[in-house]
Each structure stands twice: as structure tokens, then as C-alpha cells.
Design a binder for this molecule. Structure first.
Ligand SMILES: [Zn+2]
Length: 377
């Protein structure tokens, strides 16, 4: 195991933070690598901690596998991807989703360098897909190294991108508020990600090519898709990387039993992909078919009040099913909130005082009906 530290830009002198990365298995080189490589990070939303415990289990298992000579490709692990957010505890509340200074979501606005890389490689592409892959990867790395961040937040984002940009598979470990296990990836990557959904036992697998926020997973998936769209008719451009955001249930689901099971699921998946040597266990059944992210209904309440849920995460919902009641303790009114969509309710809010217009739960419908920006704020 190799431990590396990456200094972030300090907003004022004397307040430096670092990202710590742990590298297992053979060192990847751009040229001539025989096996797929993987990058895994946890808690980019700093108050989402189930993934950090999965990373803690992974760190030990990967060290054992490395000692046993079982790692065929390099695996990079960043167990705390957001030291800025980790330090944001305000009046006894951890606030790890948005940076307090800018109010920006930590998992949005990663840099898109596909235009620059495309311009740089255009004259050098040829009919050899392996040549194009290597060329684009080298240019991607150079573009990210050349980027000069001017704030601590930008510096954190580009540091993570640099660490992940050469990996074949990128796993970003998150969780929802109260939720069943689910994941986000692209339709293009789904044939390769389905095995992960099976091993992890995901109740929902939500697919979108571009959900509009330039999130961490999409800054890799979308990069290759955009180059394929630009050059695909003239040159073979492989899908040089695919990325998955895994939602390890809800924020309070931090337990050794669950984390060890999720760790094993990720190891099984990396074995299935050939990053780890050996025979992967038989694939468990897919719990639910993948559905479009554009088919998700954010179930909202038109009124504020005390929120009393009737439905629980993991529950299959029919059109018109009661999701919750919103009680106005002054007027005495009770407003039932029903789902307009059939599908699996995979997540619900942790708040119990609803505000008017608030999304209280998410139901994974099978028909796409939304467009534009598809993510939560
Ligand atoms: Zn998250």
C-alpha cells in the first residue's frame, strides 16, 4: 500500500488541508497496462458516512489481497474525499453537502475538459482504438495538471479528478437521507454496471447520460461520451472510463455488518471486472430493472407542516398510494401526499417538519418524463 498526500490550496496561510490517497497493487502506467484499474472514494458529501466505513473495510481487505499478490490492476482509495466539508460542523450540526462559503454543492461543477482535450488530440487520432485511448488519457491528465485552481473548493475538485482520471472504473460512495441501496450511472455504462447492482443488492439503478450538474461520476462518463459524439463517426473512441455513484442507504446506516457486506460486494465486482484475480461469486438476481433518472418522481408537498410518513424506503408504490400526511397543528388540517408514479420508493427525507414545495420522497418510475437538470440541489 502506498500512501500519498495532496495539499489543497489553503484559503489563508496556516490552514492547509490534504487529500489522502491509498494505492494498492501494481503501479499503473499509461502504456502497456494489462488489467483494468479502479478508483474508489467516499464521503464527497462529507456528512454521508456509510461509504467511509465501507472504505475502511476495503482498505484492510485490499492490503491483504495486495500481500497475497491478487491485485492485477492498481486500485486507488480515497476514504475521505472532502476534508473541507468534514470540518463544517455548525451549532452541533454537520453540514457536508454544500460549501458554507460559496453554498456550492461539493458534488457539482467538476471541470469539463473534453473540448480542450478534443482540440488537442484531433490531428493525432487514427483507426487504432487502443492508440486513441492512450492518447486521450494522456491529454486528459495533462489538461487536469495544467488547470490552476484559485479557491480551496476548486483545488479539492481538481485533486480528486487528477487522482481518478486514469482509472477504468470510478466508484463514488455516497448515501441518501433514509434510503434503500441504489446507484446512479449512465445507460452506456449499464451493461458493465449491472453486475455491481446485483452484488450490492441495489433496489434501484437510475440511468442518465447527462443529469446537468457535472457531478463527479459524470465528469468521467460524460467526458468519453462527448469525445465519442465528436469523433465517433471518424475514429474509434473507446469508453475509456465509466463511473458509478453508489448510495449506501441512509445517513444513519453506519454499521460494520452492512459495511463489510458492501465491501465484499465491491471486491466481488472488481473480481468480476478482472481488477482482482480469481473467480467472482455467481451473480445474485437483479432486484429491480434499471430505470431512467428522468422517470424519478420527486414527491413534493404543496403545504408545510408536521411530516408523518406512511411509506418506507424499499417499498413498491402504486399510482395514488399514500406516501405521507402533512399536519397543520394550528388549522388542524391533514394533507395526504400521494405518489403520481408507480415504482420503488428508494429514498425519503430525514426532516419531519416539511416546508411548502419540499421534495419529501423519491419514487423510481419506469417512464422518463422529466428533462433538463435531473439532480437534487
Ligand atoms: Zn451524496
Amino acid at each position: 500500500m502506498r500512501h500519498r498526500q495532496h495539499d489543497l490550496l489553503a484559503p489563508v496561510p496556516g490552514t492547509a488541508r490534504q487529500i489522502h490517497s491509498f494505492h494498492f497493487g501494481p503501479t499503473s502506467a499509461n502504456e502497456g497496462r494489462g488489467s483494468k484499474t479502479a478508483y474508489i472514494q467516499a464521503s464527497l458529501h462529507a456528512d454521508e458516512l456509510p461509504g467511509m466505513l465501507v472504505a475502511w473495510h476495503l482498505k484492510q481487505r485490499l492490503a491483504e489481497l495486495e500481500s497475497a499478490g491478487q491485485l492485477l490492476g492498481e486500485i486507488t482509495l480515497v476514504p475521505m474525499a472532502n476534508p473541507i466539508g468534514q470540518a463544517q460542523v455548525v451549532m452541533d450540526m454537520p453540514l457536508g453537502r454544500y460549501e458554507l462559503e460559496t453554498r456550492e454543492n461539493f458534488n457539482r461543477a467538476f471541470i469539463n475538459v473534453s473540448q480542450r482535450v478534443g482540440d488537442e488530440v484531433e490531428a493525432l487520432l487514427n483507426d487504432d482504438a487502443a492508440h486513441n485511448l492512450q492518447l486521450i488519457r494522456a491529454s486528459l491528465q495533462q489538461a487536469l495538471l495544467a488547470h490552476t485552481p484559485t479557491t480551496q473548493l476548486q483545488s479539492q475538485r481538481v485533486t480528486l479528478q487528477r487522482l481518478a482520471c486514469q482509472a477504468d472504473v470510478v466508484l463514488d460512495l455516497h448515501c441518501d437521507f433514509e434510503a434503500a441501496a441504489h446507484l446512479y450511472t449512465t445507460p452506456e455504462a449499464w451493461p458493465q454496471v449491472e453486475a455491481l447492482s446485483r452484488y450490492i443488492g441495489a433496489d434501484a439503478s437510475l440511468l442518465a447520460s447527462d443529469s446537468g450538474g457535472q457531478s463527479f461520476d459524470e465528469c468521467f462518463s460524460l467526458f468519453w461520451l462527448q469525445l465519442q459524439q465528436r469523433f465517433g463517426e471518424r475514429f474509434p473512441i473507446p469508453q475509456g472510463a465509466f463511473a458509478v455513484t453508489i448510495e449506501h442507504r441512509g445517513v444513519l446506516d453506519v454499521s460494520h455488518a452492512q459495511a463489510a457486506a458492501d465491501c465484499q460486494a465491491i471486491i466481488n465486482y472488481l473480481t468480476h471486472l478482472g481488477v482482482i484475480a480469481g473467480q467472482a461469486p455467481a451473480l445474485p438476481p437483479l432486484r429491480q430493472p434499471a430505470t431512467p433518472l428522468a422517470g424519478v418522481e420527486p414527491v413534493t408537498t404543496p403545504v408545510g407542516g408536521l411530516l408523518v410518513f406512511a411509506a418506507t424506503p424499499g417499498q413498491m408504490i402504486a399510482v395514488g398510494d399514500l406516501i405521507a400526511e402533512v399536519i397543520d397543528p394550528i388549522a388542524g388540517s391533514v394533507t395526504p401526499i400521494h405518489s403520481s408514479t408507480a415504482g420503488l420508493m428508494y429514498a425519503r427525507s430525514m426532516r419531519r417538519m416539511a416546508t411548502a414545495g419540499m421534495a419529501i420522497a423519491h419514487v423510481a418510475g419506469s417512464e422518463a418524463y422529466r428533462s433538463g437538470y435531473l439532480l437534487s440541489p
